[in-house]
Structures are given as C-alpha cells and as structure tokens.
Design a protein around this ligand. Sequence first.
Ligand code: DX5
Ligand code: ZN
Length: 217
Amino acid sequence: MGKISASILSSDFGRLAEQVKDAEQAGVDWIHVDVMDGHFVPNITIGPAVTRAIRRATQLPLDVHLMISNPERYVEAFVEAGADWLGIHVEATLHLERLIQQIKEAGAKATVTLNPATPLNCLEYVLKEVDMVLLMTVNPGFSGQKFIPGVLPKVRRLRQMIDEQELDVLIQVDGGVQLDTIGDLAAAGADVFVSGSGLFNAQPLADNVRGLKALMK
Ligand code: DX5
Ligand code: ZN
C-alpha cells in the first residue's frame, strides 16, 4: 500500500502545528517539509528551527525535502531538528556519493531527488546506497503547479531498475499529485505520494486523503 506524505507548504503557516496535527488526524502517513533557499529554487521557505517545531507537533515520520544549494552544510542541522528522511537534489551537489553517506551517518534515511529533466543514469552507481528516490513531477519551487506527464515513463523505468536489482528503494513522486494523476503514478510504480494543494486546499482533509488513497490502489 502506498503512502501519502503531506506537503505543509500548502498549509496555513500561521497555524502550522495545528495543520500538521490535522493532517495526522486525517490519515496521512508522513509529513513532507519543503526547504527552499531562494538560490537553488526561486522561493524561500523554512529552515531547521521550523522543522523542529513541526517535529514537536507530530509522531509521523518527517520527510524533509532540501531544495537548497550546498546541502552538505545543513545535513546535521536538519537531522538534529528531527528529519527521519532527508532528501537532497543531485543537481545541487558535485559529490553525490559522499552526501548520501553523510546523511546516513547523521542518522537519517537518504533520499536522492531528480528534477524532471534530469536523467536516471546519474543514479546508476549509487542506487544501491539510497533509501528512496524522489522523482519531481513539477519543477521545484512552488506548490499548486501542473503535473508534468513526461515523468511517467521515468517512474516506470526506475521501478524496473529497482525490481531487476531486487533493491529495497522506495520511489517518491512530488508535484501536481492530485485525484486525476495519482492513479497513473501508482500504476507506474510509485510508492510515496507527496500532496500539497490537493490535500490542504479543500476541506475536510480526511475526505481528500481517502480520495487519494482509494485511487492509489
Ligand atoms: C514543490 C514542492 C512540493 C509541493 C507540492 O517544489 O517540492 O512538495 O509543495 O505541492 P502540490 O501537491 O500542490 O504540487
Ligand atoms: Zn517537496
């Protein structure tokens, strides 16, 4: 059964702790924390201090998505703040293998993230070492963007690579995951579905979670 990771980027930041608790109550599986630096992506969001506040608001796994330049400088800070899963972008580092080891040594599960245009072959020699691959289904920076259908064959190909090598690596998708796209993504082989606007922009949250989960089967 797939998992829903709730992207708090679409929540009301003025009531962040409450919104995280609402998502937990509504039945989401993980909380997805979008960290943006205004450099790697054209938007600025939150850092370790707010991540720590989110950690205190929920028992659910924290799935932290770093959309920042020089991610190696901040690995320990986000793990200390409570990240269970820590995701970095391959486009943001020259030393991917070292960064994966750094995340694991700091005590988190390592997620490697690819922008829509980044080919899968950059994973060839590190796939065995990672815990999850996040395939972006929008260009990172904002919630509420339109799903890029060209990523679907990439999800299928990654599923094939993981299954052929019998690896224990999850596939996560992020961006434009909604009622009209989640079925195709599940059929393509995704395991973890990040949802922001599809979850928080309509009430009640529990109905949205039920709707998404019914379609991911
Ligand atoms: C985009 C972020 C996503 C985003 C998802 O850069 O990484 O997590 O918040 O939002 P929706 O589900 O609205 O596309
Ligand atoms: Zn994200």
